[in-house]
Design a protein around this ligand. Sequence first.
Ligand code: MG
Ligand code: MG
Length: 254
Amino acid sequence: MSLIPIKTPAEIDKMRAAGRAAAIVLDRLTKLVAPGITTGEVDLAAADFMAELGCKSAFLGYHKFPGQTCISVNEEVVHGIGGPRRLAYGDIVKIDCGVVLDGWIGDTATTVACGVVDPETERLCTATKQILEGAIPFAVAGRRLGDLCNYIETEALRQKLGVVREFVGHGVGRKLHEEPQIPNYGRRGSGPKLKAGMTLAVEPMINLGGEGVRILEDKWTVVTTDGKPSAHFEHTILVTENEPEVLTCMPLIA
Ligand code: MG
Ligand code: MG
C-alpha cells in the first residue's frame, strides 16, 4: 500500500492556489536582492507579502525554525536563517519559500545572483536551474520516481558538479513533508510508481565542488564542507497522466 497521498481535484485546486501564492512571494523577494540589503530584511518582507496574499509561512515554527523563509548565501546550501548579514555584490542567494494557504502548502525555491557573479558560479546556477527543468517531465503517471532522481544525479555528475545527498525533495500537501522522499540521486526503475494526483516538491541542491555538507552551530544552516558555492531550485509539481503541472509557476498576471 502506498503511503503517498493522492489529491482529489478539489484539493488540487487548493494546492494550485497555494503554489501560486508561494511563487508570487518568491518572485517579489528575488526583486529585493541587491548589494546592501540584509537577509533579515528580505525575510521580514516575506511576512508582509504573505499577509497581503492571505497566506502564511509554512517554515516559521516548523521544528522551531525561526524564519519566514530560508535564505542561504554562497556556500550555504539550504535552511539559512535571515539575519544581519548584508548581501554583497557577487553573492548568490538561495531563497526558499513555503506558504500555507487554506491549509495547503506550496514550496518553491530559487537562486538569485546579487549583481554579476563569477563564471563558475554562474555555470552552477544555470546548470541547477536546467536540471530542475529537465527533471520535471519525469513526473508523469506510470514512471518510477527513481527515473527522476537518477536524471538529476546523472546530469549533475556529467557537468562535474556535486550532488547534495543528505537533504532531499519530498511530497507536499497538507503537510510540508509527506511521502515520498525525493533524493537528488537514485537508480532508474527504482522507487514508487508515480500516480496522477501526487504532488511533489522537486529540489536539486547542487554544489560547485564536492558533495559534502555540514550543519552550522545555529543547528539549521547547511553549508558545503569545502566552502564552494551551492545552488538550489525547487518547484511543487502535480503528477498527471500527461504533462506534469508546475504548481509554483509565476502566473502571467500576478
Ligand atoms: Mg522549499
Ligand atoms: Mg521543499
